[in-house]
Unconditional design. Structure first.
Length: 204
């Protein structure tokens, strides 16, 4: 593709590095910004710069935060006996969107994946252990994806947590796994269908 300006080409190359954006989409974005008032482009640039340089990670849960502690950890209305372990900040946002979970979180920053060379030393396990020790947590919810790597991480963490907390002191649970609302049995994979049968609920 031939560009009328090396500056446009440079902007297209940078934007097209974002996930899910190809060169054509990037070009449309760049031309849109070019035709916008300069102050609008400056606002976008400043917002991106602030996002990259001013955001912290909560020192308690490792979630994205503007300060040393995030709004969830400082919220007195959250149930401090519940701790949900998730892989990333995106998972926190997904769960929060449901408005169904009242507890706290801990973001691992990844999951154990031997195939991809990710070991327990590469994720935030020490901070998790410290948080469990320093708080009155009565239930830990493993909010990890139901994949082989997710299950490996759950198994490892459960074993690690049991070393510092006895079964009587702490409950370790996983999110229910089964058929999604509106799903058809014939199109459901065998593993999900099997787990749905095992984790069945009483009809009330």
């Amino acid at each position: 593709m031939t560009y009328p300006s090396r500056y446009i080409e440079s902007a297209v190359n940078e934007i097209s590095r974002l996930p899910g954006i190809g060169k054509k989409t990037a070009l449309r974005m760049v031309l849109h910004l070019f035709n916008e008032p300069v102050e609008n482009t400056m606002k976008l640039s400043q917002a991106l710069l602030d996002m990259r340089t001013k955001i912290n990670h909560c020192h308690l849960c490792k979630n994205i935060s503007d300060g040393e502690e995030c709004d969830i950890c400082t919220n007195p209305k959250r149930n401090r006996e519940l701790l949900c372990i998730v892989e990333s900040a995106r998972d926190v946002m997904a769960i929060e969107k449901t408005s169904q979970y009242p507890g706290l979180y801990y973001v691992l920053g990844g999951i154990i994946s031997p195939v991809n060379g990710i070991s327990p030393d590469d994720i935030n396990i020490p901070g998790l252990i410290q948080r469990i020790n320093n708080n009155e947590v009565k239930e830990i919810i493993m909010g990890l994806s139901p994949t082989m790597d997710g299950d490996t991480t759950i198994y490892y963490l459960s074993k690690k947590i049991r070393e510092i907390k006895t079964h009587e002191e702490l409950h370790i649970t996983t999110m229910a796994r089964g058929i999604p609302v509106g799903g058809e049995l014939e199109f459901t994979d065998e593993i999900t269908l099997g787990r749905s049968i095992l984790n069945r609920n009483e009809v009330k």
